[in-house]
Design a protein around this ligand. Structure first.
Ligand SMILES: [Zn+2]
Length: 314
């Protein structure tokens, strides 16, 4: 049997026909454009699933279900709300079934990435596994006892643990959230603050060369030996480890995978110092069960694969 995974982005929909090993056998993509309303959206998802079946040379009878990763909160077959698409309390699975007679399973997009890594990537074989995505924000997906954990729908919003009371403002309205420090956005702010204090730093030349400060600017300058950049990377690793230790103390996963653009940083500047800090600080250091901290491996495919594997985790 096969399943279909659909990754619903703010501007694009990507669907893949996926086999039981997690291999993507066919892919279809369409732009979403202006949101056409929930009814039409359900029809578009069904059409996309049909297109991917046709491309893969399979029929509805070969498919166990269609999974969709949604940027927002879901509960059962209902979309509770979405971040960049106007949907609230939409019975999407029911609407979908009017166009294609297959179950539609729903997951939050970050949760789908975690399900993907857990079923087919670096989390394979674990019972307790967490993915932390370091992008514009800090996203997360929790697999506990081999099931995706979302609480009543919004669980796993790990970016909004406060690590610095009264600290930098966060998009959620609070101050000092982990996301305000450990996201790419937070790293860019730390880099700019260091640059303002250190006009002699190589960060300036490297930023200018790449058309502005990016998440990788500090890592590039640190690799060239710049001391200010090395200090920024060390601060960033500290902030990242701070939230990770809280998360690990609360949930004690076997493995934590870091994904998103920032996770691609050189191992000795990010993963190695973070592993060391976690090993020094987490409660599990008293046992021989300190979680492995690894880089996520599925990249952009995690969303499709995870949506297609949702049936194993919910
Ligand atoms: Zn926040």
């Amino acid at each position: 049997m096969y399943s279909i995974g659909i990754d619903v982005g703010g501007t694009n929909l990507k669907a893949g026909l996926v086999d039981e090993s997690g291999a993507i056998l066919a892919v279809e993509r369409i732009p979403l454009g202006v949101f056409p309303g929930a009814e039409k959206f359900a029809e578009i998802l069904a059409d996309l699933a049909k297109a991917v079946m046709e491309q893969g040379g399979v029929t509805k009878e070969d498919i166990s279900y269609v999974g969709a990763g949604i940027p927002g909160a879901v509960s059962g077959g209902t979309v509770l709300y979405t971040a960049n698409i106007p949907m609230k309390n939409v019975p999407l699975a029911e609407l979908f079934r009017q166009h294609l007679d297959l179950p539609l399973l729903l997951g939050n997009d970050a949760d789908c990435a975690a399900v993907g890594e857990w079923s087919c990537g670096v989390g394979k074989g674990t019972k307790h596994f967490i993915v932390v995505t370091l992008g514009t924000g800090v996203g997360g997906g929790l697999i506990l006892n081999e099931k995706l954990y979302t609480g009543a729908g919004c669980g796993g919003e790990i970016g909004h643990i406060v690590i610095c009371e009264g600290g930098a403002p966060c998009n959620c309205g609070r101050k000092g959230c982990w996301e305000a420090y450990a996201s790419a956005t937070g790293l860019i702010r730390l880099t700019k603050e260091a640059m303002a204090e250190r006009p002699e730093s190589a960060l300036h030349a490297i930023a200018a060369e790449h058309g502005g400060v990016e998440g990788r600017t500090a890592f590039l300058a640190a690799e060239a030996g710049d001391e200010t950049a090395l200090a920024v990377c060390a601060d960033y690793a500290n902030y990242l480890a701070s939230g990770l230790v809280s998360l690990i103390n609360m949930l004690h996963p076997q493995t934590v995978a870091l994904g998103g653009g920032v996770a691609a940083a050189p191992e000795h500047l990010l993963l190695e110092p973070v592993r060391k800090l976690v090993a020094e600080q987490c409660y599990a250091r008293h046992t021989d069960q300190v979680p492995a901290i690894v880089r996520a491996e599925l990249g952009n495919d995690a969303g499709i694969i995870g949506a297609a594997m949702l049936g194993r985790a919910i």
